[in-house]
Design a protein. Structure first.
Length: 361
């Protein structure tokens, strides 16, 4: 029975060991694009882990194309995040200074104003340095170079125009039947965008047929046209995908998102990965899972933002404990307002991109 319905069963430890030893590891575009969201230290850990796979790493042509088309857009979105944080810091700095200089607290202003200014000045300098470092990616993108070197001669072939036309027709039928993957993209305007996931999937099947290699796909997709979910919990790859890979290529198929892949790589590849790197990738994934379902990757909270805001809160709280003056200012409330403003902006962007979600997937 298990063999007939293998897609509904989790692989055994023996099956996973076999897959990790013999599979080709297929990258989706979002895995590469998300590297631009992580810290440099975490990027190094992720790329080093990929390098351990050697010639067993591979990317479909369509996924590589999507990465190149959307790379600059992702960088631009990070600039927006920095600008929003700068605005927030200016607002809270002004509020603190106004309260310090008020009549009620004028006797404390002289001894504290310099400390407050220094806190914000230090954050402003660090923020500017990080923003400039990030914007330099437009001209000198070392991360792009590292990705390019990793995937040299490991990119699949594109489909012909005739084959794409066939896929567009096939995709229409598949999407009507909600056959995975990609049926959530049905409302995209252009066929090449509407059937992007399907093209990547079929290119992966063709590669598996040609190499007769088991397949493990790494993707940061979170929609149920890739994953089987129950009560909001991710169970595993859609059973239809496992069955289709077996039926068409006669090989096993499995999927990971990046942080579970890193966790398992420590065991199956016998590599050491810094816990901080896995935790950072995990936090990004959890945050993304809680976002409204949309196709854009307009990210609003880089690691620097979290660290900077946390540091600000700690230093201001320390001053509050020393002087009791900041009891009038609810710092946690201010930080919460900032988070809510980020969420509102994400919702606005999601509404703006509904008509053309393929560019923001």
């Amino acid at each position: 029975m298990r063999n007939a319905f293998v897609g509904y069963y989790k692989p055994t430890e023996t099956e996973l060991t076999r897959m990790w030893e013999n599979s080709v590891f297929v990258l989706d575009a979002n895995v590469l694009l998300n590297l631009y969201r992580y810290s440099a230290e975490t990027n190094t850990e992720v790329l080093n882990t990929f390098q351990q796979l050697g010639d067993r790493i591979w990317i479909p042509y369509q996924a590589a194309l999507e990465y190149h088309k959307r790379r600059l857009q992702v960088i631009e979105h990070q600039e927006d995040s920095y600008l929003d944080l700068q605005k927030f810091l200016k607002e809270i700095q002004d509020e603190l200074k106004n309260r310090l200089l008020s009549d009620d607290h004028s006797f404390l202003a002289d001894q504290l104003i310099d400390k407050v200014v220094k806190i914000f000045k230090d954050l402003e300098v660090k923020l500017h340095e990080r923003k400039e470092e990030y914007l330099s990616l437009f001209e000198n993108d070392k991360l792009q170079d590292a990705i390019s070197n990793l995937l040299e001669r490991k990119v699949g072939n594109n489909f012909s125009k005739e084959r794409l036309e066939e896929i567009f027709k096939e995709g229409k039928v598949r999407y009507e039947d909600e056959t995975p993957p990609g049926f959530h993209d049905e409302k995209a305007k252009k066929d090449i965008d509407k059937y992007r996931d399907l093209i990547i999937w079929l290119q992966t099947i063709e590669h598996a047929k040609a190499t007769y290699k088991l397949v493990i796909m790494l993707t940061d997709e979170k929609t149920d046209d890739w994953w089987l979910k129950f009560k909001g919990e991710l169970i595993g790859p859609r059973p239809e995908l496992i069955h289709e890979m077996r039926d068409k290529a006669n090989v096993s198929f499995y999927m990971y998102r990046v942080d579970p892949f890193m966790e398992n790589a420590q065991k199956f590849l016998d590599v050491s990965i810094k816990r901080e790197a896995i935790d950072e990738v995990h936090k990004f994934r959890i945050r993304d899972d809680k976002r409204m379902e949309s196709k854009d990757d307009f990210t609003k909270a880089l690691r620097f933002q979290r660290d900077a805001v946390a540091k600000l809160s700690e230093e201001l709280q320390e001053l509050a404990n020393q002087t009791e003056i900041f009891n009038v200012l609810d710092i946690s409330k201010a930080l919460k307002q900032y988070t809510n403003r980020q969420k509102s902006r994400l919702e606005e962007v999601a509404e703006d991109t509904t008509a053309d979600d393929s560019d923001k997937k």
